[in-house]
Design a protein. Sequence first.
Length: 382
Amino acid sequence: MTKLTLRNLLRNKRRTFLTVGSVSIAIFLLCLLLTMLASMQNTEASVENRVVVRSKISLTFDLPESYWERVKTLPHVVAVTALNWYQGVYIDDRPEHFFPRFTSDPETIFDVFPEYQISDAEKTTWRAERDSFIAGQALVDKFGWKIGDRIQVKGDIYPVNINIVLRGIFHVPGNPSQERQIYFHRRYLEEAMDNPGIVGTYWLLVDSPANVPAVITAAEAMFANSEMQVRAETEQAFQLSFLEMLGNVRLLFGAIGTAVIISIFFITANTMAMIARERTTEVAVLKTLGFRAHHVIGMVLGESVAVGLAGAALGSLLAFGLLRMTATKMADSYPFFGTLKLPPGAVALAISTGIVVGLLSGALPAMTAARLRIAEGIRRVA
């Protein structure tokens, strides 16, 4: 039966290849959707016992600097630091020159982010020079910077240009994506703006992940009656909030994925219906020779499953190749693309989809062929 099924698949090579190609394109799109969703929801860099406190209204609203001392008094809070998203323009506004730029407090940032590894000498120098900054190793390698190099970033969100010198390079073992950003003194920006005393986000290190819910509740309750209320959340929730800004991405991607699967089903079902109709007389002859109904069902289903499985394998391979090439070529210009990797779960879903679609699309033609009467099949001309 296996040999007969393979011969039938190659009988009309053009139709088989076009069907496999159609299925592979649909599976390819499905793999891309799953990869994008997985990458956008990737929170591996988050730490379970870090909490972010920000404006309850929006990230675009700043918090008073006076909140700093108050959140430090919260039970179970070990350390607190402040970060401001500076943004700005380095060289020009082309994507390859973009990287995250934060103002920070040199005295406390490493207490909250202990995974940032930097030499004590560089840390001391950075703390001593207000017009200095530190950068991740990946970013330093990209631009070819070295200690002592000075860069200028033009302000956009903040109407102040910064002129800062590199005094330290930090490493984040196991997470090079965190090495594509810089930190400079928040006091440098504060003084340039006549000390407005504003903070974008407060980052809290909690003594234990088990105490994080209590800290979140206490932080929000502390400022519940203040003019500027806050929202406290885990680092993971904070990262996922950027995804929420795009809307219900899961629903959108789910709808597109469902449409892709339905299209695969109709493509394969139409092909198998054509094949079954063309081979009506052949099926009758096979039954005359002693083939039973389960042999006929196995032959038709084997053909449809082979088409679905071949399309799924080819589509997954195309997605893997494209994502790997994209990550290699575009990671420096667009750091997000460097995180794109085809998840094993996406491959498993793609292969399963190919098999299930093959079974469903071949089920009706297979049952129709199995019930065909020998006399009727021999009389019918395909």
